[in-house]
Design a protein around this ligand. Structure first.
Ligand SMILES: C[S@@+](CC[C@H](N)C(=O)[O-])C[C@H]1O[C@@H](n2cnc3c(N)ncnc32)[C@H](O)[C@@H]1O
Length: 230
């Protein structure tokens, strides 16, 4: 049986036996889980996120337009919105409205006014603007079934020198998990749409953290010494 077919059957069985009998619209989104279970997992206090360090490496600044794609519980959306305030906008994108409602509530409680939630589609983040500085994927791209299509859609919302940031896990670093993504595959999908690794940051022990850019404008790719580990 084809690998993808086996994955789908595995996912459907897992969803069924885990008591989430709602084999719903999410059935074809890889490893998607009901929002309440996700939120509990994502808001765990022992999760290693290093959000401030990530924001520092990306040098986010007031005025930037950032899309946190697959924003989940908002672990990155909330601090990123603060980093780009007051005149920057953080778009929290997810395919699950319950996650977005949770993020909006968190933002409201924190007095954040520059965060917008966006209900994306499986193959398109559906952003309302086309001048995004940073499209950020933290542990999300491995869940998207049509990665090449999704990345292609995302690129259409970016400024010419806008950045696509991918933080994910190599399969060989997690042998029991079929769902992660090798960075070499991400590099290939990005290259197919004209983006190349511009920066690698060694922030996490178990995840790669790569910034992709096209060679335009203020792209790091046009500066000396690009794509070095920092
Ligand atoms: C593992 S969680 C990560 C959440 C967040 N980035 C974090 O690290 O805390 C993955 C999130 O991606 C969302 N997601 C899955 N497929 C998506 C898609 N095609 N477009 C946008 N979001 C998606 C899920 O609903 C979920 O909230």
């Amino acid at each position: 049986m084809a690998k993808r077919g086996r994955r789908r059957i595995l996912y459907l069985l897992t969803t069924f036996w885990s008591g989430a009998f709602s084999i719903s619209a999410f059935a074809w989104q890889l490893a998607q889980q009901p929002a309440d279970r996700y939120l509990a997992a994502m808001d765990r206090s022992d999760r290693v996120l290093k959000a401030d360090e990530v924001i520092g490496k990306l040098e986010l600044k007031p005025g930037d337009i950032v899309a946190d794609i697959g924003s989940g519980s908002g672990s990155f959306s909330i601090p990123m919105a603060k980093a780009v305030a007051p005149n920057g906008i953080l778009y929290a994108v997810d395919i699950d409205q319950a996650m977005l409602d949770h993020v909006a509530e968190r933002a409201k409680k924190a007095g954040i006014t520059n965060l917008r939630t966006v209900l994306g589609e499986y193959d398109d983040p559906k952003l309302p603007v086309k001048d995004v500085d940073v499209a950020f994927f933290h542990r999300v791209l491995h869940m998207i079934e049509h990665r090449q299509v999704y990345l292609n859609s995302t690129a259409k919302y970016l400024k010419p020198d806008g950045r696509v940031v991918v933080i994910d896990k190599n399969r060989e670093d997690s042998p029991n998990s079929w769902m992660w993504l090798n960075q070499s595959d991400v590099d290939s999908w990005m290259a197919a749409i004209g983006f190349y690794p511009a920066q690698h940051f060694a922030v996490f022990d178990d995840r790669y953290f790569v910034v992709y850019q096209r060679p335009y404008g203020n792209s790091v790719l046009l500066k000396k010494g690009a794509a070095k580990k920092k």
